[in-house]
Design a protein around this ligand. Structure first.
Ligand SMILES: C[S@@+](CC[C@H](N)C(=O)[O-])C[C@H]1O[C@@H](n2cnc3c(N)ncnc32)[C@H](O)[C@@H]1O
Length: 229
């Protein structure tokens, strides 16, 4: 099974020998890869929608992996019994959906060792939520594919030290990985925030002014980050 660069990075961050669940598995590419590469010997996959569920089922049958991949129809982690998995993978979904999935199954989340998340948006909100919910970010990866960046966050239960809120934007591990793409990632963020700033009219309304102030501070801090690199 050949994976996209994004899914391959996610797959290689799954601990060897772990017992994961891939939430929203779609074609079931990730579980098949984990089994075929010998990273895991058993994977549970969940899928909310009938169409992808049927696609995944066909893939499992074609690959003759019904003994190793347990596909379940349902919302997020709801088809999982607490303690049944030690790793949760949720990728390719909006940040708010990912957080809702975690919030709806606290008993499962409390029992897992590792979360591997790849939100398509609202990544800084996801980091803040995770940290405020008692998770520590232990690794982060940046993937550039199809003209956009994807961020993969790996975390475990623990306490995260926060020196500045700008780390919710740039990550807690990424700035120290010497990834040559990181400065481009930061510059893209600056450009996006500048565009948002220009889009806010100088109306004098308190809410708009507060937003302008937040964006200006973020831009200034991100420019400072570039000087460290
Ligand atoms: C864009 S695909 C991502 C597939 C794969 N995880 C990846 O990263 O490429 C999102 C998949 O998640 C499924 N999905 C969306 N919300 C879900 C939920 N709450 N629980 C389980 N599956 C969900 C969708 O049906 C779809 O197959």
């Amino acid at each position: 099974m050949k994976l996209t660069q994004r899914l391959e990075k996610i797959a290689h961050s799954v601990p060897e020998g772990s017992e994961p669940v891939d939430v929203g598995t779609d074609h079931c590419y990730l579980p098949v890869f984990l089994i075929e590469k010998g990273i895991c010997s058993r994977v549970i996959a969940t899928e909310l929608n009938r169409g992808p569920y049927t696609r995944a089922l066909q893939m499992i049958k074609r690959k003759k992996l019904s003994e190793c991949i347990d596909l379940r129809l349902g919302y997020g982690l709801e088809p999982i019994t607490p303690g049944e998995v030690d790793t949760v993978i949720i990728s390719g979904m909006g940040g708010n959906t990912i957080l809702e999935i975690l919030e709806r199954s606290p008993l499962v989340v409390n029992k897992v060792k590792t979360l591997i998340l790849q939100p398509m948006n609202a990544v800084s909100r996801a980091r803040e939520y995770l940290i405020k919910s008692g998770f520590k970010i232990c690794d982060e990866m940046l993937v550039y594919e199809g003209k956009r960046f994807y961020e993969v966050i790996k975390c475990e239960h623990g306490k995260q030290k926060i020196e500045d809120e700008i780390f919710y934007e740039i990550g807690f591990v990424l700035p120290y990985k010497h990834d040559p793409m990181f400065s481009i990632f930061v510059k893209e963020k600056i450009a996006r925030f500048k565009k948002a700033l220009n889009g806010i009219s100088k109306s004098g309304y308190a809410k708009a002014e507060a937003k302008r102030k937040t964006l200006k501070t973020k831009i200034q801090k991100l420019q400072e980050v570039l000087t460290w690199l």
